[in-house]
Structures are given as C-alpha cells and as structure tokens.
Write a protein that binds this ligand. Structure first.
Ligand code: PLP
Length: 387
C-alpha cells in the first residue's frame, strides 16, 4: 500500500536520463546503439584536477565539509565574481543549487516563469518545491528567446521567480547584452520577482558572453546566478555547482542544504578549486572543438528532408525542428519519433516534449566526431526510409 506524496504525484526521473539508461541497456544487450542524448563532455576531467582531489584525500580533507562549502572554494568563487563569501553557496551540482533555491523560497502555488524550451528539470524542481511552473513558449522565430513583452504579460502578483538559462539547454540560445537589458527593464518594475540566471554554459559561448550580473547590478539583491564545473571542466560526476546571491537567500538555501546533504563532497570541492584556479587555456581549445562539431552537425541536419536547424551561439546542443519530417513519415508525436528512432536504427535523441516544446529534437554534440557522424547517418536513414 505504497502511496506517493501529493507533491511528487507526477514526478519521474528525467526523460533524458530515462532515455540514456534505455540506450545503455540496449547496448549492454549487445545492440549497436549510438546515443547523442546526454549533455556531458566527452573530454576527461583534466589530470591536474584529479591530482588535486587525490592530494586532498591523502591530506585528510575527508571530514564533513562546512555546510555552505569549503572556505577555500567559496572564496575563489567570490573572488572571481567580485562579491563576499557570504553571497556564495557550493552545492552538489548546479541542480542542487536550483532545488535549494526553490525549496527555500516557494510557498505552495507560487509561480515560477520559465521560457520554453527549458532544461527538463526546471519544471520538475519547481513542482517538487510545491510551486507552479508558468511555461512561456518561445518559438524559433524569436530565436527561442524570451522577449520583454512576453515576460511582462506573464508576471502576476504570485510570481516569485523568473528562471532563465543562457546559453540555453536545449536550444543553445545565448542572451545578448541588449536582450538581458530589455528583460531587466521589465524586472525592475516588479519587486516580488526574483531572478535565477543559470549560466552553467557560460564558458561554452561562441559569441561574447554577457552575464546578467554585469547588466543589472542594481538587481543583485534579488538575483541568483547559478554555475558549476560540470560542463566547462568536464566534471559531471564530481557534482559541484554554486549559487551567487544575496546573503539572506544564500543562508536560507544553506538551511535546506544542511538538512538534506550536509554539503557537497569535500574531495570534489578540492578538485573544483583546482579547476577554477588552475590553467584555463584548454577551455578555449575545447570550445573550438565544440564549435566545429556544431557547424558540422547544423549543416548535416539542414540537408535532411523536413528538418530545419538554427545555428546556436552557445552550449553543446542543437534543437532542430522536425515537424515536416514527422508529418511526411506519419508521426504525430516527437516522443514516438524518438522511440522508433531508438528501436529501429539504434539512435538515442531526446524529444522536444521533454523541454516543453514538441515537434523538435535535442541532439547533444558533446560526442566524438565519429559518433556524431554515425548518429547523423542513422537519423538521415530513418527520416528517408522509415515508411
Ligand atoms: N543547468 C542546466 C541548464 C543544465 O543543462 C544542467 C545539466 O544538464 C544543469 C544545470 C545541472 O548541472 P550539474 O551537473 O552541475 O548539476
């Protein structure tokens, strides 16, 4: 007679994770599977980062960490952001920063505005915290961008947060300084709205990156900037992310964290410190590799019948529109398209539905060129021969 709590009635493991696990299962069964479904750099964690973790463990940094993060790591993050340590919390991945923020601030039914497409977990984390996601579809015609008009029309007295991701997963959309200025202009008029800007792909920007913090310093008392080492430094498994916000908000998030994880792994925090304070040149080299993969993937997708793909300015995803290819092949849902794609040609891609925008696919190009080429060949074969 197991019964789920009301709060999590519809909560499931992320569709992206489920799909990747299904692909891994089929592969373990001996099937020939290409998965381009995960947002995880194929590069290794840099050796000097691994060495720092090893040294920290040998030096006995294996005790409970301070709840909000080790002073060394918080200070380095604070130094780079030009803020005080009290404005920084280190958590078990950027995902936990998001969860802490929502759990620390939302009362039941309070609204969180999120432009769609959004990273799958945004809406689920809000639901987990008993909030109400308010999804604003931002179609490709707007470059998948939230416009100031659309934002203003969605704000109500119950709006507690705007959740924005730039560069964006899954579209790669990078908000320019002008875009952010226009949004800030609206936000200045609504003091009940706090602003969460997820900048976890800031190092993977193919045009100059602008942080919301520099565009609207006057809003810093209600802004939370989220970042982490997972994507830039190829450290997804180390689980270190952080939030930079007003001290009272950080302290409330610390209370949630203190009663859930006690704080992020001390050894992983030593590794993250080495990543942030060590050499940075390899980031540029890796970014150039991602850029050339992006160009190759976009060109190939646009050459496929019924597929249209814009060229994103950031992150390592493309989000092609497949509505014409779906219609030609008799598919009504992109989720069904992806299921058949996996079963029939052994290619794992994530349906747009998982990001709040059906009729699209997300392809991650954080994979080797050989895997990308194999995946693109399979997609083309599927689209041209399926029925
Ligand atoms: N934010 C966005 C937009 C992401 O795409 C991801 C991971 O896919 C995360 C946050 C989570 O990052 P972390 O591994 O630090 O929890």
């Amino acid at each position: 007679n197991f019964r789920r709590a009301q709060r999590i009635q519809s909560l499931e493991i992320s569709e992206i994770v489920q799909l990747s696990e299904r692909a891994a299962y089929l592969r373990a069964e001996g099937q020939d599977i290409v998965a381009l479904s995960t947002g995880e750099p194929d590069f290794p964690t840099p050796p000097h980062v691994v060495a720092a973790a090893h040294s920290a463990a040998l030096a006995g940094k294996t005790k409970y960490p301070a709840t909000l993060g080790t002073p060394e790591l918080r200070d380095e993050i604070a130094r780079q952001a030009g803020v005080s340590r009290a404005r920084v919390i280190v958590s078990t991945g950027a995902k936990q920063v998001l969860a802490n923020a929502m759990l620390a601030t939302l009362d039941p039914g309070e609204e969180v505005i999120m432009p769609a497409p959004f990273w799958t977990s945004y809406s689920d984390i809000v639901l987990l915290a008993s909030g109400t996601p308010v999804v604003l579809p931002c179609p490709v015609e707007d470059g998948f961008r939230l416009t100031a008009e659309r934002l203003e029309a969605a704000i109500t007295p119950r709006t507690r947060w705007l959740m924005l991701n730039s560069p964006c997963n899954p579209t790669g959309t990078n908000y320019s300084e002008a875009d952010l200025r226009a949004l800030a202009e609206v936000l200045r008029r609504y003091s009940q709205v706090q602003i969460l800007i997820d900048e976890i792909y800031d190092q993977l920007s193919y045009v100059p990156f602008t942080s919301f913090a520099t565009v609207a310093p006057d809003l810093s008392e209600r802004t939370l900037i989220v970042n982490g080492v997972s994507k830039a430094y190829a450290m997804t498994g180390w689980r270190i992310g952080w939030g930079i916000g007003p001290a009272a908000m950080i302290s409330a998030m610390g209370a949630v964290q203190g009663q859930s994880t006690s704080g992020a792994s001390s050894v992983a925090q030593a590794a993250a410190l080495a990543a942030l304070s060590g050499p940075q040149e390899f980031l540029l080299e890796r970014r150039e590799v991602f850029r050339s993969r992006r160009d190759m993937v976009v060109a190939r997708l646009n050459a496929m019948p019924g597929v249209t793909c814009s060229r994103p300015d950031g992150a390592f995803y493309v989000f092609p529109d497949i509505r014409r290819a779906m219609a030609t092949n008799g598919f009504e849902s992109c989720a069904r398209f992806c299921e058949d794609l996996l079963e029939q040609v052994g290619l794992a891609l994530v349906p747009g539905r998982a990001f709040g925008m059906p009729g699209h696919l997300r392809l991650s190009y954080a994979y080797s060129e050989a895997e990308l080429l194999a995946g693109l060949d399979r997609l083309e074969r599927f689209i041209t021969h399926v029925r």
